[in-house]
Design a protein around this ligand. Sequence first.
Ligand SMILES: [Zn+2]
Ligand SMILES: [Zn+2]
Length: 291
Amino acid sequence: MINAALEQSPEHEPAQRGWEWPWWRTTRHDFIILPWFILIHVTALIGLILFPLPGWRILVGAIALAWIGGLGTTVCYHRALAHRSLKLHPALSAALTFFAVFNGSGSPVTWTASHRVHHASADTPGDVSSPALYGFWWAHLRWLWQAEAPSIERYCPDLNRLQYRIWKPLQPAILTLAYFGGLYFGPAAFFWLGSIRLVFALHAQCFVNSVCHMEPNTPFGQDSSRNVGWLALMHFFQGENWHRNHHARPSLARLGWNWRQPDIGYALICLFEKLGLASNVRHAPATNAAP
Ligand SMILES: [Zn+2]
Ligand SMILES: [Zn+2]
């Protein structure tokens, strides 16, 4: 059924060609991603064996970096850049982008283009990361090194400017700092502030593409997004786990729609708005309805 669907959508086929490859084969443009993932996973494993209890200062530091990096992804990349649900002050946007790159989220232009492709064709053959079509591991990780790069001109011409493009060439230096920077504070910090934090942040984000698109009994080719409560813990209650809400109203800055759906990302957006650091915020209408 999947192959038939792909054949019916030849314009989308190139983006998903990698689905039929062995898992280790990479696209030419993203050849570095798989070795990078292997490096951080192996280093994280060694770190967990050597320093299973890093001490509270290092733990707080690692959580703080993952927290602000996650905020960079959800508030800046996702809500402000990809969906234009709000406008951030340029200085705040740049600061959040730095921490998102530092957390392994990639460059804002690439992130936005891939995400807009995802929304434009959720769970249909053009979707870059659909588990319904290509399976859990494709949606969770493989598409990151096996899917063709989306067209920047087509999917995010609004970000085709130096202030956004600059982050891609800066990324290797920022990730080198992210990986090695903890060494300054000692060997336990090297592992926990670097690879362990990066592996945690990677899977927290990837679960949005995989488990948040695995609603049971969804007919083939229909949106399989769902809200996943437990994922709020990995996202520090920043809101990304309310993914069904998001697909239902993607232009809203608010992802958690009632008091049972905590959304610290939206709470901070409201604070930024009061402080004059955010404008044009698309607030959700008051509602208690959960989808
Ligand atoms: Zn989605
Ligand atoms: Zn989105």
